[in-house]
Ligand binder design. Structure first.
Ligand SMILES: NC(=O)c1ccc[n+]([C@@H]2O[C@H](COP(=O)([O-])OP(=O)(O)OC[C@H]3O[C@@H](n4cnc5c(N)ncnc54)[C@H](OP(=O)(O)O)[C@@H]3O)[C@@H](O)[C@H]2O)c1
Length: 293
């Protein structure tokens, strides 16, 4: 398949590009800078110059491809305004990609997050949240999946809170960033709340499987660890960085503070069975041992 990928230089996207190329697909990848274009070429893919806000370029990329994987998302999580701007940009981009594919029967795989359900482990059958700080993101995912009824083989691969590689990435990566910034490996509350996780190389396999075979309108969970206690995550970070480990106020983590405080385990039982996906790479706590002071 000739696949158009956005976010192909990110933690997850670079693994997805390598996974696609390793399984006989060819890749056209959005690149917003010379550095990103070079990284795409070095990976063995073809860059398409443009940013996520260049909707005509996105449409052109989708039109010439056999399928699309949408992963690009702004990296500025420092304020509620910055997060909202990234969500709005992604929402407009997905809408343009979806319109372009309408009636084509082509696949588009988008990235989403595992939902949280009070008092139990979430599953693929649960809906993503449509309120709170990332509610708009949930609504645009749902709108994309609804294109199933308009001739688009749209599916969503839901990411756990932490997608990691070499101990970096995701919510655990934000805990590490905060620890380096503040000198304390902190966690909100009592740290007993659990976050699910997956290695980026395992997540990449699931994106390929969804692209190749997921039925229209379906959602999948790229979950390897159902839930690691946040205190355990902070404990490894503190030991690796030589910093004290302790509870800190939610506000330490900016707009994500409230989400960081929640218990949100998630399962991938259905995904493993239906798509024959089996994670093989290290879990989060083992991978965090790769952190360097
Ligand atoms: N990592 C996780 O734990 C996790 C968990 C849940 C959900 N997700 C979601 O999964 C997706 C990928 O995550 P990631 O960790 O791989 O992200 P990442 O490492 O931050 O990479 C972001 C990617 O998006 C691109 N990008 C951002 N803004 C762009 C713009 N305006 N125009 C063009 N490209 C743009 C970046 O390009 P440059 O290289 O040029 O900057 C990069 O390729 C995101 O949607 C993220 O929200 C991730």
């Amino acid at each position: 398949m000739y696949v158009f990928v956005t976010g192909g230089t990110g933690t997850i996207g670079s693994a997805v590009v390598a996974e696609l190329l390793g399984h006989g697909h060819t890749v056209l990848a959005l690149a917003r800078s010379d550095g990103s274009a070079q990284a795409i070429k070095d990976a063995g893919a073809e860059p398409l110059r443009g940013g996520l806000g260049d909707l005509d370029i996105l449409r052109a990329g989708a039109a010439q491809a056999d399928g699309v994987i949408s992963l690009a998302f702004g990296r500025d999580y420092s304020s509620a305004e910055a997060l909202a701007a990234s969500i709005a940009e992604e929402s407009a981009a997905m809408s343009a990609l979806g319109q372009e594919l309408t009636g084509s029967g082509k696949p588009i795989v988008t990235v989403s997050g595992t939902p949280w359900v009070a008092g139990r482990t979430s599953t693929e059958a649960d809906q993503v949240p449509t309120d709170g700080p990332v509610g708009e993101r949930g609504r645009s995912q749902i709108a994309l999946l609804e294109l199933a009824s308009r001739g688009v083989r749209a599916s969503a691969v839901r990411m756990p809170r932490t997608v990691h590689n070499q101990g970096q990435g995701g919510f655990a990566g934000l805990l590490t960033d905060a620890a380096r910034r503040t000198g304390v490996a902190g966690y909100p509350g009592d740290g007993a709340q659990r976050w699910p996780a997956v290695h980026a190389l395992d997540a990449a396999v699931l994106f390929r499987l969804a692209l190749e075979s997921a039925p229209a309108g379906t959602a999948w969970h790229a979950v390897a660890d159902e839930g690691d206690a946040v205190r355990d995550i902070a404990t490894v970070i503190g030991r690796r960085l030589g910093l004290p480990v302790q509870s800190v106020p939610e506000e330490t983590f900016g707009p994500f503070g409230a989400i960081f405080a929640m218990d949100q385990p998630s399962s991938s039982t259905y995904t493993r069975e239906a798509l024959s996906w089996e994670p093989t790479h290290p879990g989060l706590l083992a991978d965090l041992e790769n952190l360097q002071p």
